[in-house]
Ligand binder design. Sequence first.
Ligand code: FEO
Ligand code: CA
Ligand code: CA
Ligand code: CA
Length: 629
Amino acid sequence: MSTKSDFSLRAEPEFNQIIEKGINRRQFLKASSAAGTVAFFGTSPLSNAIAATTNNKDLIGFEAIPASTEDKIIVPKGYQADVLISWGDPLFKGAPAFSQQADSQAQALQFGDNNDGMTFFQISADRGVLSINNEYTNHEYLFAHQGKTMSADDVLKSQNAHGISVVELKKVDGKWEVNQEGRLNRRITANTEMELTGPAAGDALLKTAVDPKGTKVLGTFNNCANGETPWGTYLTCEENFNGVFGSKSENLVLDSNQKRYGLSTAGAGYDWFKHDDRFDLAKTPNEPNRHGWVVEIDPMDPNSTPKKRTALGRFKHENAALTINNDGYVVVYLGDDERGEHLYRFVSKNKYNPSNPAANRDILDEGTLYVAKFNAKDGELEGKGEWIELTFGKNGLTKENGFNSQAEILIFARKAATQVGATTMDRPEWVAVNPKNQSVFCTLTNNKYRGVKDNQPVDAVNPREKNPYGHIVRWMPSGQDHTSNNFDWDLYLIAGNPTIHEGLMAGSDNINADNMFNSPDGIGFDNAGRLWIQTDGKYSNTGDFAGMGNNQMLCGDPDSGEVRRFLTGPIACEITGLTFSPDQKTMFIGVQHPGEDLAPSHFPDGGNSIPRSSVIRITRTDGGIIGAA
Ligand code: FEO
Ligand code: CA
Ligand code: CA
Ligand code: CA
């Protein structure tokens, strides 16, 4: 084994030439000389030891597929992709079959719309359960009237198509199938009762007329990605919750906190506030404060009350990448998906107890929230970073600066992050922890405001003006200790189009004409340490995006930097959500919003059918491990 770093990508001269070619700003003029001399992560005896144990020469074992504009899913030779369940499919025995005419009560018994993040929990050899987010609704397909005239029942149908679907699976002839008779099947919607827990629960900012204690809230919605815990629970992350709020009082004046979280009197077109006063900002001004959290759900108990864990902060949550640190503390990495927002970390107060699962049930209620600041030497696209504590009384989070309590810091975490000088990022989407060596990856999907808005200057970790393609940052906590407040970072890849651009817009040197894509979003590691990358980007296949085709999923080798395309999706979809069976022989992924904005997709039913978001089951014809040789 050579002493070459397992993270040597940055040390390759080609990579630095790409950076050098791309430099059009003074601050990066030193990149070629400085970055070329450092083998990132590769200098400690520990990382050499890791490199020695992870012989990843044949980590990726499938044949790459080309880009596609076809209205179907394509996977490599030797693989099968089948639809497991689609929006509107009955979730319970006797529930109504899919129909666009279904009313709110039918929808409550059916699989929700726009599936996103998900986790598979295996119960026995032939029984399991899949917890799946239903992020939002496409009114152009949810209603025959395309959402133009929303009735009260239409609003309720939309609310019932949001939330989570807990779907019991059974193994039939060696494949996981939906079991409509499973006792764990459950729909959690925008009206399911849940509890607010942790430091902000009960705060005046969370109280409403129907909940004077500020501890009981109805529903979860706009659940983007997810996480899971080793004590068997599912984490679902509330993202663009602002869009369902609005007001019939059009001249209502919103305050700076409401504006920072994207609230508006017009809303985003859902029109819930027109039929449900809970979503009218004039009538229930504190209701939005009760959303934008990470919610913990026990998928094994269909009668359990979901808990909104306020200790993890309120923002537009993407996912919750939970890992147990070497010393037992629970660490959760959290992205806030908005242009110029931030990346967060939660560290629990108490240690995880592997011998007593019940003891961990409320461990996410106590701990410390931090926000990331990325530093770099002038001219370098790598550097050191720090986690800054968001605790009342520290780091300027004081009354003099307008912060009155820890609850307020958590409810308006974005403002606290600004106060402490956190780095504004190019839309942090998913975070994933590499099980092989504790390095952490985060997708920064794109950002048209980079270098345009004053608070979002081009910097080392967000190095491209208007960043149209996105990139993936990675960091190694000091000492591979996730509770350390220091880390080293670099860029795992910079997406781009090398067939039409040079320099930074061409991307890093692990991007080529055969694997290019834009807007990385969902990511996750499998047990072998393969990095799966899903895209939510422009699918025009023209101009800056020529040759990239439809949204897709790729597989990356975190050590060599190689990236190979594994799957292409149907027309106008996003590929999002990924989870594996424990034997790694079944992978579930999501096709979200095929045919959005009335693009011509008929996935998955074909003919003249309307398109439907679907969960896809991927297996190998030889029964092997997904992605392996
Ligand atoms: Fe729901 Fe940031 O994607
Ligand atoms: Ca999405
Ligand atoms: Ca996403
Ligand atoms: Ca996205």
